[in-house]
Ligand binder design. Sequence first.
Ligand code: FES
Length: 208
Amino acid sequence: MRRLGAHRFFAGDTRRREPAVLFSCPIGRPGGPPAQGGRAPAKNRNFIFHYPFAGTPCFLLNLGKPTKPSAQLKTRDEQTYEWPGGVGAGHSIVAYSAICAHRLTYPTREISFISYRGEKSAGSRFAQVIHCCSEHSQYDPAEGAKVLAGPAPQPLAAILLEHDPTSDGLFAVGTWAGSCFNEFFSKYESASPSITAGMPARSSRPAA
Ligand code: FES
């Protein structure tokens, strides 16, 4: 399995050109087995997991086709980074923060204004995009979640994945462009105690 370097940074630190390598977290349903690259998630389905914090939702997507091998992207403060492409046997599995980079809309159990959509819709002129219907930002999951349309000032934060071909397991190991997390907690912490229930302090090692 490919191992990333030993750098360990706080996820919100976008001044660094290296990824924020936080900890290795097997991806799976709560209480269930880890997601298996190539078998789960099903193609074009939204699979939600939480990383790097217990209160920060992410999309795990199997796009059903290889992504771009890599993408050169920029954060809202003009820091460049290279997204390393999809993982798994078909290079089709990707993960991104599900927190919109515009005004931090995020999915809940009750309702989701932001999700991956395989088809075009009234508010989206693109198919196979992550679409936030708050103000219609659209992101391309096959190219690092770069912004295709709408007011979002930067791509969604990318979750770095490792795929273990021996076990077919998937692991979240870090983030790119994750500066939204502090802003997210500042905006919602007091309004929604469920976001922080059971989660560790933000400045400490996130929950596995
Ligand atoms: S919050 Fe997503 S487009 Fe505005």
